[in-house]
Structure formats: structure tokens, C-alpha cells
Design a binder for this molecule. Sequence first.
Ligand code: CP
Ligand code: NVA
Length: 304
Amino acid sequence: MKKDFIALTDFSSDELTGMLDLADRIKQSPQEFDSALKGKTLGMIFNKKSTRTRISFQVGMFQLGGMGLFLGPEDLQLARGETISDTGKVLSRFLDGIMIRTFSHSDVLDLAKYATVPVINGLTDFNHPCQALADIMTLREKFGTLEGLKLAYVGDSNNVAVSLLFACVKFGLHISLVSPKGYTITKEALEMSREEAGSKNLNVVLTENVQEGVSGADVVYTDVWASMGQEEERQQRLKDLAAYSINDQVMRWAGPKAVFMHCLPAHRSEEVSSSVIDGPGSIVFDQAENRLHLQKAVMVSLMQ
Ligand code: CP
Ligand code: NVA
């Protein structure tokens, strides 16, 4: 049976830990894996912009002995109305895997339903699992252990926040989601992780108060205030979220050992100050690098 990579909730903690362990091995000895996907091709459908996801998947496939095929928003007959189901069935006759970044999460679920090759979610309006798993890999490197850490996510509880919630619950981290009214995490996402969080005694705290939310956090995480597709709401969002910017004061509330994370791209002086993102506690470029190693592990796990 083919396996897709669409949401972290589709996997057990052990399966995800296996992917992290493989990612660590790939990072340490990339040459051992240089033929792991020899002769295989990953189609990469992008209906939104990307720097990290696009380059890391394409380079990752190359380093594994295969190749990535970039398919932009205007490249496929999808843009002229060909159905997702026909596209999925046809692409499966040519490709060994499909990565897709798009707007509607249900399009990814549909693609996975009709494709007979693995489908990897490279971000939807709902979630961003590759990012969150790479972030957990980064935290394991920095802290040595994951269980019991506290992550405070501050700002718009968007697609990145949803996958972080899922990741924290899978790996035993407590999480505070700090957002004003109107920007809180979806009920659907909370529901999807509630039972597992409860059974593991993990705190999943929703608060509007930044000081309360970040207090005692090992990790302070934020993301842009207007995600791709929300450009028209940008001015309103800047106003609504202005009090949720991560600056030196917020990092002091978290404590001296707290690290700062951001999936990037970042807007300095909006969701984060330069002093924080360019400061000594920032691990944003380690996060970005680990996208490559982690996604290579995901592709080997699914496509070999
Ligand atoms: N973090 C992330 O997914 O970046 P890109 O949008 O550049 O791919
Ligand atoms: N929340 C952002 C993440 C970009 C990687 C967006 O969807 O635009």
C-alpha cells in the first residue's frame, strides 16, 4: 500500500521518530544515500511561491540519485480545468511521487486518493507537515531530548501553527498558542489532536496574553501575519496582530535559554524584530537547512 505524507496526525509517534532518525543519518552521511532513489522522479506541483520547499525537494531528489520536476501554476492542464483525479491518475503513470503546494487542503486529499504514487504535502491553507517535522528535528539537535519541552507559538495560528500543534503532541512537547481573537487555531485542528494530547498529559494552552503564553517557554515560534492567499487582508492583519510581535522583551519573558524559531520567509519589524531573528538565540537557518535532510528522509521512507 502506498503511503502519503499529508498530515502528521496520519502517523504514529514511532513512525515519525523513525523518519527523524533517518534524517539524522542522511544529514551525517549523505553519500550513503546517494543512490537511494536512483532513477526515480518526483513531480513538484507549486500553486504558490516557494524558496525553501522548492529548492530543498529538488536538490534532495538529486542528492538521492533521482530528479525533481518543477510544475508551476501555469504548467499543467489543471490550470485549464483538467480534474485533480485525472491529473493524479496520469501523473502516477510517469512519476514515482508527487509533492504538492497549493491552497485547498481538500485538493491534496483528492490528489492522494486518485494518485497511485505517494503524495507529499508541501503546504496547504490548513497545514505544513514538512516544516513542522524539520522543526522537531532541529529541536532534537539543540536540546537533545524533546519530551517536556514547552513551545510557545505567537501570532496568527495558521497552517504552520497547526502542524506544530500536531508535531508537539506526537513528540511530547507542551504548546501554547498565543493569538488574538479571530486568529486562533481552527477547532478542527484542536479536535484532531485533543485525545492524544490528553492521553500524554500534554498542556495545549490557548491564550491571548503574550507574557503568559511565552513564560517558561524553551522555544518561541512565530510566522508571518498574512500568509500566501491573504494578501488583501494584510493591512488589517498588521493592525490586529501588532501586539504579537516577537521582540527582546518577549524573549526575556520566555527566559534566557529560549530559542527563537520562524519557518521563513520573515518580515522584520512585523512579526519579529531584527534583534531577535538575527540575534544569538535564533535558529531559523538551522530549521531551513533541516528541511533538506528531513524531506530526503520522508522521500526515502515513502518512495524507495
Ligand atoms: N518555510 C517554507 O516553506 O518556505 P518556502 O515558502 O520558501 O518554501
Ligand atoms: N504561513 C505561511 C508559511 C509560508 C512557508 C504561508 O502560508 O504563507
